[in-house]
Design a protein around this ligand. Structure first.
Ligand SMILES: Cc1ncc(COP(=O)(O)O)c(C=O)c1O
Length: 438
Protein backbone atom coordinates (compact mmCIF):
# COMPACT_ATOMS: atom_id res chain seq x y z
CA UNK A 1 0.00 0.00 0.00
CA UNK A 2 1.36 3.37 -0.99
CA UNK A 3 -0.83 5.59 1.08
CA UNK A 4 1.54 7.46 3.37
CA UNK A 5 0.86 7.01 7.07
CA UNK A 6 1.77 9.67 9.54
CA UNK A 7 1.26 9.32 13.24
CA UNK A 8 -2.27 10.40 14.02
CA UNK A 9 -3.30 10.06 10.36
CA UNK A 10 -6.92 9.15 9.95
CA UNK A 11 -6.18 7.26 6.76
CA UNK A 12 -6.06 3.51 7.10
CA UNK A 13 -3.65 1.99 4.60
CA UNK A 14 -5.29 -1.41 4.98
CA UNK A 15 -8.88 -0.32 4.60
CA UNK A 16 -9.49 -2.46 1.50
CA UNK A 17 -8.00 -5.59 3.00
CA UNK A 18 -9.86 -6.21 6.20
CA UNK A 19 -12.09 -9.26 6.41
CA UNK A 20 -15.80 -8.57 6.15
CA UNK A 21 -16.26 -9.62 9.78
CA UNK A 22 -14.37 -6.55 10.98
CA UNK A 23 -17.38 -4.46 9.93
CA UNK A 24 -19.19 -5.94 12.91
CA UNK A 25 -16.43 -4.73 15.24
CA UNK A 26 -16.72 -1.35 16.87
CA UNK A 27 -15.28 0.15 20.03
CA UNK A 28 -17.63 -0.46 22.93
CA UNK A 29 -19.21 2.66 24.33
CA UNK A 30 -17.80 1.62 27.68
CA UNK A 31 -14.24 1.56 26.37
CA UNK A 32 -14.62 5.04 24.93
CA UNK A 33 -15.83 6.19 28.32
CA UNK A 34 -13.07 4.70 30.41
CA UNK A 35 -10.58 7.49 29.77
CA UNK A 36 -13.00 10.17 30.92
CA UNK A 37 -14.62 8.19 33.69
CA UNK A 38 -11.31 7.35 35.32
CA UNK A 39 -10.45 11.01 35.98
CA UNK A 40 -10.53 11.41 39.76
CA UNK A 41 -13.01 14.28 39.75
CA UNK A 42 -15.58 12.18 37.89
CA UNK A 43 -17.83 9.85 39.87
CA UNK A 44 -17.97 6.85 37.60
CA UNK A 45 -21.20 4.92 37.76
CA UNK A 46 -20.17 3.52 34.39
CA UNK A 47 -17.67 0.68 34.73
CA UNK A 48 -18.29 -2.78 36.13
CA UNK A 49 -15.02 -3.24 37.94
CA UNK A 50 -15.03 -5.46 41.03
CA UNK A 51 -13.91 -3.65 44.19
CA UNK A 52 -10.48 -5.23 44.56
CA UNK A 53 -9.41 -3.19 47.61
CA UNK A 54 -11.69 -5.65 49.46
CA UNK A 55 -9.45 -8.54 48.46
CA UNK A 56 -6.74 -9.56 50.99
CA UNK A 57 -3.78 -8.85 48.74
CA UNK A 58 -1.25 -10.23 51.25
CA UNK A 59 -2.96 -13.63 51.08
CA UNK A 60 -2.99 -13.48 47.29
CA UNK A 61 0.69 -12.63 47.20
CA UNK A 62 1.46 -15.59 49.49
CA UNK A 63 -0.44 -17.83 47.07
CA UNK A 64 1.51 -16.49 44.10
CA UNK A 65 4.91 -16.63 45.84
CA UNK A 66 4.38 -20.20 46.98
CA UNK A 67 3.21 -21.15 43.53
CA UNK A 68 6.37 -19.88 41.88
CA UNK A 69 8.76 -21.26 44.47
CA UNK A 70 7.12 -24.68 44.83
CA UNK A 71 5.54 -25.36 41.40
CA UNK A 72 7.16 -22.76 39.17
CA UNK A 73 8.19 -25.13 36.41
CA UNK A 74 4.59 -26.32 36.02
CA UNK A 75 2.97 -22.94 36.53
CA UNK A 76 5.21 -21.31 33.93
CA UNK A 77 4.94 -24.13 31.40
CA UNK A 78 2.35 -24.75 28.62
CA UNK A 79 -0.61 -26.76 29.78
CA UNK A 80 -3.55 -28.70 28.41
CA UNK A 81 -5.92 -27.02 25.95
CA UNK A 82 -8.87 -27.95 28.11
CA UNK A 83 -7.35 -26.53 31.26
CA UNK A 84 -5.79 -27.84 34.46
CA UNK A 85 -7.52 -30.96 35.73
CA UNK A 86 -7.43 -30.04 39.42
CA UNK A 87 -8.92 -26.65 38.66
CA UNK A 88 -11.66 -28.28 36.57
CA UNK A 89 -12.51 -30.48 39.58
CA UNK A 90 -12.65 -27.41 41.80
CA UNK A 91 -14.86 -25.64 39.26
CA UNK A 92 -17.28 -28.56 39.52
CA UNK A 93 -17.40 -27.99 43.29
CA UNK A 94 -18.11 -24.29 42.76
CA UNK A 95 -20.92 -25.10 40.32
CA UNK A 96 -22.38 -27.63 42.79
CA UNK A 97 -23.41 -24.58 44.85
CA UNK A 98 -25.90 -23.86 42.07
CA UNK A 99 -27.13 -27.44 41.79
CA UNK A 100 -24.96 -28.38 38.81
CA UNK A 101 -23.70 -31.94 38.77
CA UNK A 102 -20.92 -31.78 36.17
CA UNK A 103 -17.92 -33.97 35.43
CA UNK A 104 -14.50 -32.26 35.12
CA UNK A 105 -14.26 -33.77 31.61
CA UNK A 106 -17.12 -31.54 30.49
CA UNK A 107 -15.46 -28.35 31.73
CA UNK A 108 -13.14 -26.23 29.63
CA UNK A 109 -11.14 -23.46 31.30
CA UNK A 110 -11.08 -20.22 29.32
CA UNK A 111 -9.45 -16.80 29.40
CA UNK A 112 -12.33 -15.26 31.34
CA UNK A 113 -15.88 -16.15 30.40
CA UNK A 114 -15.40 -13.62 27.60
CA UNK A 115 -13.26 -16.17 25.75
CA UNK A 116 -15.92 -18.80 26.35
CA UNK A 117 -18.44 -16.45 24.68
CA UNK A 118 -16.05 -16.11 21.78
CA UNK A 119 -15.52 -19.88 21.44
CA UNK A 120 -19.21 -20.73 21.60
CA UNK A 121 -19.97 -18.10 18.96
CA UNK A 122 -17.09 -19.30 16.82
CA UNK A 123 -18.27 -22.91 16.73
CA UNK A 124 -21.96 -22.16 16.14
CA UNK A 125 -22.25 -18.98 14.10
CA UNK A 126 -21.86 -18.42 10.40
CA UNK A 127 -22.36 -14.89 9.05
CA UNK A 128 -26.05 -14.00 9.12
CA UNK A 129 -27.01 -16.66 11.68
CA UNK A 130 -29.43 -15.58 14.36
CA UNK A 131 -28.75 -15.37 18.09
CA UNK A 132 -31.67 -14.58 20.36
CA UNK A 133 -30.67 -12.40 23.30
CA UNK A 134 -32.35 -10.43 26.03
CA UNK A 135 -33.08 -6.73 25.60
CA UNK A 136 -30.84 -5.22 26.86
CA UNK A 137 -27.84 -7.56 26.79
CA UNK A 138 -24.19 -7.67 27.93
CA UNK A 139 -22.13 -5.34 25.75
CA UNK A 140 -19.15 -7.73 25.59
CA UNK A 141 -21.34 -10.54 24.26
CA UNK A 142 -22.87 -8.23 21.66
CA UNK A 143 -19.35 -7.28 20.58
CA UNK A 144 -18.43 -10.94 20.14
CA UNK A 145 -21.66 -11.75 18.31
CA UNK A 146 -21.06 -8.78 16.00
CA UNK A 147 -17.52 -9.87 15.27
CA UNK A 148 -18.86 -13.17 13.90
CA UNK A 149 -21.51 -11.31 11.90
CA UNK A 150 -24.40 -12.80 13.82
CA UNK A 151 -27.79 -11.18 13.65
CA UNK A 152 -29.07 -10.54 17.17
CA UNK A 153 -32.80 -10.68 17.79
CA UNK A 154 -33.66 -9.09 21.12
CA UNK A 155 -36.41 -10.30 23.43
CA UNK A 156 -38.05 -8.07 26.01
CA UNK A 157 -37.58 -8.45 29.73
CA UNK A 158 -39.48 -7.23 32.75
CA UNK A 159 -38.69 -7.39 36.46
CA UNK A 160 -38.71 -11.20 36.37
CA UNK A 161 -36.29 -11.48 33.47
CA UNK A 162 -37.01 -12.47 29.90
CA UNK A 163 -40.73 -12.68 29.06
CA UNK A 164 -41.49 -16.26 27.94
CA UNK A 165 -44.27 -15.28 25.56
CA UNK A 166 -41.94 -12.88 23.75
CA UNK A 167 -39.25 -15.54 23.55
CA UNK A 168 -41.73 -17.93 21.97
CA UNK A 169 -42.77 -15.25 19.48
CA UNK A 170 -39.15 -14.44 18.62
CA UNK A 171 -38.34 -18.09 17.93
CA UNK A 172 -41.40 -18.37 15.72
CA UNK A 173 -40.78 -15.21 13.77
CA UNK A 174 -37.16 -16.19 13.11
CA UNK A 175 -38.44 -19.53 11.87
CA UNK A 176 -41.15 -17.88 9.77
CA UNK A 177 -38.42 -15.90 8.03
CA UNK A 178 -36.86 -19.18 6.93
CA UNK A 179 -33.99 -19.06 9.40
CA UNK A 180 -33.18 -20.89 12.58
CA UNK A 181 -31.84 -19.28 15.73
CA UNK A 182 -28.62 -21.00 16.79
CA UNK A 183 -28.88 -20.25 20.52
CA UNK A 184 -30.58 -18.16 23.15
CA UNK A 185 -28.12 -16.08 25.18
CA UNK A 186 -29.26 -15.29 28.70
CA UNK A 187 -27.84 -13.86 31.93
CA UNK A 188 -30.32 -15.25 34.45
CA UNK A 189 -28.80 -13.83 37.65
CA UNK A 190 -28.36 -10.13 38.46
CA UNK A 191 -28.36 -9.27 34.83
CA UNK A 192 -25.74 -7.04 33.24
CA UNK A 193 -27.00 -4.41 32.51
CA UNK A 194 -30.66 -4.87 33.53
CA UNK A 195 -30.10 -5.70 37.22
CA UNK A 196 -32.98 -8.21 37.24
CA UNK A 197 -33.03 -11.99 37.72
CA UNK A 198 -35.00 -14.66 35.90
CA UNK A 199 -37.64 -15.91 38.34
CA UNK A 200 -37.66 -19.60 39.21
CA UNK A 201 -40.99 -20.40 37.49
CA UNK A 202 -39.79 -18.58 34.38
CA UNK A 203 -36.56 -20.57 34.33
CA UNK A 204 -38.64 -23.71 33.89
CA UNK A 205 -40.81 -22.09 31.27
CA UNK A 206 -37.88 -20.71 29.31
CA UNK A 207 -36.15 -24.09 29.38
CA UNK A 208 -39.33 -25.81 28.19
CA UNK A 209 -39.74 -23.33 25.33
CA UNK A 210 -36.13 -23.81 24.22
CA UNK A 211 -36.32 -27.59 24.56
CA UNK A 212 -39.48 -27.67 22.47
CA UNK A 213 -37.88 -25.51 19.79
CA UNK A 214 -34.59 -27.44 19.86
CA UNK A 215 -32.87 -24.18 20.78
CA UNK A 216 -29.59 -24.33 22.69
CA UNK A 217 -29.38 -22.10 25.79
CA UNK A 218 -26.19 -20.17 26.57
CA UNK A 219 -26.40 -19.43 30.29
CA UNK A 220 -23.87 -16.73 31.24
CA UNK A 221 -23.56 -16.55 35.00
CA UNK A 222 -20.64 -14.52 36.36
CA UNK A 223 -22.69 -12.95 39.19
CA UNK A 224 -24.67 -15.97 40.46
CA UNK A 225 -22.84 -16.21 43.81
CA UNK A 226 -23.24 -12.49 44.49
CA UNK A 227 -26.85 -12.49 45.68
CA UNK A 228 -27.67 -10.19 48.61
CA UNK A 229 -30.74 -11.83 50.08
CA UNK A 230 -30.48 -15.58 49.75
CA UNK A 231 -28.23 -18.40 48.64
CA UNK A 232 -27.47 -19.17 44.99
CA UNK A 233 -30.40 -19.96 42.73
CA UNK A 234 -30.43 -23.27 40.89
CA UNK A 235 -28.74 -22.88 37.51
CA UNK A 236 -30.63 -23.68 34.31
CA UNK A 237 -27.80 -26.06 33.46
CA UNK A 238 -28.70 -28.06 36.59
CA UNK A 239 -32.03 -28.97 34.96
CA UNK A 240 -30.90 -29.57 31.41
CA UNK A 241 -27.36 -30.84 30.92
CA UNK A 242 -27.92 -31.52 27.21
CA UNK A 243 -29.60 -28.29 26.22
CA UNK A 244 -27.56 -25.69 28.12
CA UNK A 245 -24.00 -24.43 27.84
CA UNK A 246 -23.09 -22.78 31.13
CA UNK A 247 -20.44 -20.07 31.48
CA UNK A 248 -18.79 -19.18 34.77
CA UNK A 249 -16.03 -16.86 35.89
CA UNK A 250 -13.74 -16.07 38.81
CA UNK A 251 -13.65 -12.41 37.76
CA UNK A 252 -16.36 -11.19 40.12
CA UNK A 253 -15.94 -13.67 42.97
CA UNK A 254 -12.14 -13.45 43.11
CA UNK A 255 -10.28 -11.16 40.69
CA UNK A 256 -10.60 -10.42 36.96
CA UNK A 257 -6.85 -9.95 36.49
CA UNK A 258 -6.26 -13.69 36.47
CA UNK A 259 -8.63 -13.95 33.49
CA UNK A 260 -9.94 -17.36 34.47
CA UNK A 261 -13.42 -18.42 33.45
CA UNK A 262 -14.96 -21.62 32.13
CA UNK A 263 -17.63 -23.30 30.06
CA UNK A 264 -19.40 -26.54 30.84
CA UNK A 265 -21.05 -28.03 27.81
CA UNK A 266 -22.60 -31.21 26.45
CA UNK A 267 -19.75 -33.60 25.70
CA UNK A 268 -19.60 -33.24 21.90
CA UNK A 269 -19.82 -29.45 22.13
CA UNK A 270 -17.05 -29.41 24.71
CA UNK A 271 -14.76 -31.25 22.28
CA UNK A 272 -15.39 -28.63 19.61
CA UNK A 273 -14.78 -25.86 22.16
CA UNK A 274 -11.39 -27.34 23.07
CA UNK A 275 -10.39 -27.53 19.39
CA UNK A 276 -11.44 -23.91 18.91
CA UNK A 277 -9.54 -22.86 22.05
CA UNK A 278 -6.39 -24.66 20.94
CA UNK A 279 -6.59 -22.93 17.57
CA UNK A 280 -6.94 -19.64 19.36
CA UNK A 281 -4.62 -19.65 22.39
CA UNK A 282 -3.14 -23.23 22.54
CA UNK A 283 -4.00 -23.41 26.21
CA UNK A 284 -5.30 -21.11 28.92
CA UNK A 285 -2.49 -19.58 31.02
CA UNK A 286 -1.09 -22.18 33.42
CA UNK A 287 0.06 -19.55 35.87
CA UNK A 288 -3.38 -18.01 36.32
CA UNK A 289 -5.09 -21.35 36.52
CA UNK A 290 -2.75 -22.69 39.20
CA UNK A 291 -2.97 -19.43 41.14
CA UNK A 292 -6.77 -19.65 41.19
CA UNK A 293 -6.61 -23.35 42.01
CA UNK A 294 -4.21 -22.73 44.93
CA UNK A 295 -6.36 -19.85 46.14
CA UNK A 296 -9.43 -22.11 46.16
CA UNK A 297 -7.53 -24.88 47.93
CA UNK A 298 -5.83 -22.79 50.60
CA UNK A 299 -7.90 -19.64 51.20
CA UNK A 300 -11.40 -19.10 52.62
CA UNK A 301 -12.82 -18.19 49.22
CA UNK A 302 -16.45 -18.52 50.27
CA UNK A 303 -15.79 -16.05 53.11
CA UNK A 304 -14.31 -13.65 50.57
CA UNK A 305 -17.46 -13.91 48.47
CA UNK A 306 -19.43 -13.00 51.60
CA UNK A 307 -17.23 -9.94 52.04
CA UNK A 308 -17.94 -8.88 48.46
CA UNK A 309 -21.66 -9.52 48.89
CA UNK A 310 -21.91 -7.35 52.00
CA UNK A 311 -19.95 -4.59 50.38
CA UNK A 312 -22.00 -4.56 47.19
CA UNK A 313 -25.24 -4.78 49.17
CA UNK A 314 -24.32 -1.62 51.07
CA UNK A 315 -23.53 0.14 47.79
CA UNK A 316 -26.72 -1.08 46.14
CA UNK A 317 -28.64 0.33 49.12
CA UNK A 318 -26.86 3.69 48.81
CA UNK A 319 -27.75 3.87 45.14
CA UNK A 320 -31.38 2.84 45.50
CA UNK A 321 -31.93 5.22 48.41
CA UNK A 322 -30.38 8.13 46.51
CA UNK A 323 -32.40 7.36 43.39
CA UNK A 324 -35.61 7.21 45.45
CA UNK A 325 -34.75 10.59 46.99
CA UNK A 326 -33.57 12.42 43.90
CA UNK A 327 -35.02 11.08 40.66
CA UNK A 328 -37.67 13.18 38.92
CA UNK A 329 -41.16 11.87 38.18
CA UNK A 330 -41.22 9.62 35.12
CA UNK A 331 -37.87 7.96 35.84
CA UNK A 332 -37.98 4.31 36.84
CA UNK A 333 -35.29 1.82 37.67
CA UNK A 334 -34.72 -1.80 38.59
CA UNK A 335 -34.05 -3.07 42.11
CA UNK A 336 -31.25 -5.62 41.88
CA UNK A 337 -31.00 -8.32 44.55
CA UNK A 338 -27.36 -9.01 43.68
CA UNK A 339 -24.61 -8.18 41.22
CA UNK A 340 -23.41 -4.76 40.15
CA UNK A 341 -26.04 -2.86 38.14
CA UNK A 342 -29.19 -0.76 38.11
CA UNK A 343 -31.01 -0.14 34.82
CA UNK A 344 -32.67 3.24 34.73
CA UNK A 345 -35.30 4.40 32.26
CA UNK A 346 -35.42 8.15 31.80
CA UNK A 347 -38.49 10.38 31.89
CA UNK A 348 -40.09 10.47 28.44
CA UNK A 349 -38.28 12.70 25.96
CA UNK A 350 -34.74 12.31 27.32
CA UNK A 351 -31.92 10.56 25.49
CA UNK A 352 -29.16 8.94 27.53
CA UNK A 353 -26.58 9.10 24.76
CA UNK A 354 -27.18 12.73 23.85
CA UNK A 355 -27.13 13.64 27.54
CA UNK A 356 -23.79 12.01 28.34
CA UNK A 357 -21.49 14.97 27.51
CA UNK A 358 -23.48 17.15 29.88
CA UNK A 359 -23.22 14.46 32.56
CA UNK A 360 -19.45 14.21 32.13
CA UNK A 361 -19.21 18.00 32.40
CA UNK A 362 -21.15 17.64 35.65
CA UNK A 363 -18.53 15.04 36.68
CA UNK A 364 -20.62 11.91 36.64
CA UNK A 365 -20.48 9.03 34.16
CA UNK A 366 -22.88 6.24 33.23
CA UNK A 367 -23.28 3.95 30.23
CA UNK A 368 -25.99 4.93 27.72
CA UNK A 369 -28.54 2.20 27.07
CA UNK A 370 -27.69 2.04 23.36
CA UNK A 371 -24.49 0.14 24.27
CA UNK A 372 -26.61 -2.83 25.27
CA UNK A 373 -28.67 -3.24 22.12
CA UNK A 374 -27.53 -4.60 18.77
CA UNK A 375 -30.27 -2.69 16.97
CA UNK A 376 -29.87 0.94 18.02
CA UNK A 377 -32.55 0.97 20.68
CA UNK A 378 -31.95 1.80 24.31
CA UNK A 379 -31.57 5.60 24.16
CA UNK A 380 -34.32 6.02 26.73
CA UNK A 381 -32.35 4.02 29.31
CA UNK A 382 -28.91 3.75 30.87
CA UNK A 383 -26.85 1.58 33.18
CA UNK A 384 -25.64 2.72 36.59
CA UNK A 385 -23.14 0.54 38.41
CA UNK A 386 -22.57 0.63 42.15
CA UNK A 387 -19.76 -1.91 42.47
CA UNK A 388 -16.73 0.37 42.63
CA UNK A 389 -17.47 3.79 44.18
CA UNK A 390 -17.92 4.04 47.94
CA UNK A 391 -21.47 4.70 49.23
CA UNK A 392 -20.64 8.40 49.71
CA UNK A 393 -19.35 8.72 46.16
CA UNK A 394 -22.43 6.90 44.89
CA UNK A 395 -24.67 9.40 46.70
CA UNK A 396 -22.65 12.27 45.25
CA UNK A 397 -22.78 10.70 41.78
CA UNK A 398 -26.55 10.29 41.89
CA UNK A 399 -26.88 13.89 43.15
CA UNK A 400 -24.88 15.15 40.15
CA UNK A 401 -26.84 12.90 37.81
CA UNK A 402 -30.11 14.25 39.21
CA UNK A 403 -28.86 17.78 38.52
CA UNK A 404 -28.20 16.85 34.89
CA UNK A 405 -31.68 15.38 34.55
CA UNK A 406 -33.19 18.53 36.00
CA UNK A 407 -31.43 20.68 33.38
CA UNK A 408 -32.36 18.29 30.59
CA UNK A 409 -36.00 18.30 31.61
CA UNK A 410 -35.98 22.08 31.73
CA UNK A 411 -34.55 22.23 28.19
CA UNK A 412 -37.07 19.67 27.08
CA UNK A 413 -40.01 21.58 28.47
CA UNK A 414 -38.74 24.89 27.04
CA UNK A 415 -37.54 23.83 23.60
CA UNK A 416 -38.88 20.33 23.17
CA UNK A 417 -35.31 19.06 23.07
CA UNK A 418 -32.48 18.29 25.44
CA UNK A 419 -28.74 18.67 24.89
CA UNK A 420 -27.20 17.83 21.58
CA UNK A 421 -30.20 16.02 20.18
CA UNK A 422 -31.61 16.39 16.74
CA UNK A 423 -35.32 16.67 17.56
CA UNK A 424 -37.01 14.32 15.12
CA UNK A 425 -34.55 11.49 15.06
CA UNK A 426 -34.36 11.45 18.77
CA UNK A 427 -38.06 11.75 19.27
CA UNK A 428 -38.64 8.84 16.95
CA UNK A 429 -36.18 6.70 18.78
CA UNK A 430 -37.42 7.53 22.24
CA UNK A 431 -41.05 7.17 21.23
CA UNK A 432 -40.48 3.88 19.42
CA UNK A 433 -41.87 0.83 21.21
CA UNK A 434 -39.28 0.48 23.91
CA UNK A 435 -37.57 -2.88 24.17
CA UNK A 436 -36.11 -1.91 27.53
CA UNK A 437 -39.05 -2.55 29.76
CA UNK A 438 -37.09 -3.68 32.81
C1 LIG B 1 -22.61 -10.94 31.82
C2 LIG B 1 -21.13 -11.02 31.67
N1 LIG B 1 -20.60 -12.04 30.99
C3 LIG B 1 -19.28 -12.16 30.84
C4 LIG B 1 -18.41 -11.22 31.36
C5 LIG B 1 -16.93 -11.39 31.11
O1 LIG B 1 -16.27 -11.65 32.29
P1 LIG B 1 -14.83 -12.29 32.36
O2 LIG B 1 -14.31 -12.45 30.97
O3 LIG B 1 -14.02 -11.37 33.18
O4 LIG B 1 -15.03 -13.63 33.01
C6 LIG B 1 -18.91 -10.13 32.06
C7 LIG B 1 -18.02 -9.08 32.58
O5 LIG B 1 -18.41 -8.03 33.00
C8 LIG B 1 -20.31 -10.03 32.24
O6 LIG B 1 -20.87 -9.03 32.91
Amino acid sequence: MNVPQTPGSRLDAYIDRYAARTRGMSASEIRALFAVASRPEVVSLAGGMPYLPALPLDAVSTVVEKLVSERGTVALQYGSGQGDETLREQICQVMALEGIDAHPDDVIVTVGSQQALDLVTRIFIDPGDVIIAEAPSYVGALGTFGSYQAEVVHVEMDDEGVIPEHLRNAIQSVRASGRRAKFFYTIPNFHNPAGVSLSVPRRREVLAICQQAGLLVLEDNPYGLLGFDSGPVRAMRADDADGVIYLGSFSKTFAPGFRVGWAVAPHAVREKLVLAAEASVLCPPSFSQLAVSTYLATQPWQEQIKVYRELYRERRDAMLESLADLMPPGARWTHPTGGFYVWLTLPPGLDSKAMLPRAVTARVAYVPGTAFFADGFGASSLRLSYCYPTPDRIREGVRRFAGVLEEELELWSTFGTGSGAGGLGRTERVDAPSPDTT
